[in-house]
Design a protein around this ligand. Sequence first.
Ligand code: GLN
Length: 266
Amino acid sequence: MKIAVVQFPGTNCEHETLVAAKSAGLSGEIFRWNRPAEELSGFDGYIIPGGFSYQDRLRAGAIASKEPVMDALREEAERGKPIIGICNGFQILVEAGLLPGLGGIDAALASNVMVSKGEIVRRGFYCAWTTLRHEAPPKRCSGSFLLEVGELVRMPLAHAEGNLVTVDPDLMARLNEDHQVVFRYCNEAGEVDPEYPVNINGSLENVAGICNPEGNVLGMMPHPERSSFAWQLPPADPAKSVGDMEAPGPGRRIFESMKRYIEVRR
Ligand SMILES: NC(=O)CC[C@H](N)C(=O)O
């Protein structure tokens, strides 16, 4: 099971993403955006990692979304192969139209605006640990294939443009009804609160991850590769482990899910 971690100029999470995927039993390689795009068909799945592709110019993900490699990824998605976009990867998927309903002028990942008690308390780039509640039914989505409804996973986020906004009053109803909301920001007890700091970036309905209608394409703002090993967890976390460098952290479940999804598809 071989995956491609697609790297654009300005991507900065490709190595740790590949290491995390390998820790889940996948094999793979970093695939530079300017390689012949047809070589992508030889992989079983794809991850677009985080970073600042093209310096986030215009909007984060906007320029990378126009690269020919994204047309090839669209074709692979149509064949049912899994694609996970993490942070800047999510932004690129949205801009490329691989998550229908998002992107264009109707719905976007906009600048973070954190609101508490009716006041804006913070804006822009933010880096913090967060807890996600898995909202989709098991097996709904390639990147959360193994997760139960309500399962909590801890991982960090670090971005400026992850705030889902829309002018379409029906968008959330459609996404919810179709179980395309995969993750929501919640507190450690699993409760969703629309205010900062639980709703960490101001996103509509605390959305942290969305899949396409078919479930094979997942975009998520937080970084599972940054909590795929127990040693990556914050010092106070009970699951923190420094002795065993291979001990799993919660983020590994995303990559294990992708592996299982590929196995089941075969
Ligand atoms: N960590 C990242 O992938 C950064 C995402 C993006 N460039 C932003 O700041 O919004």
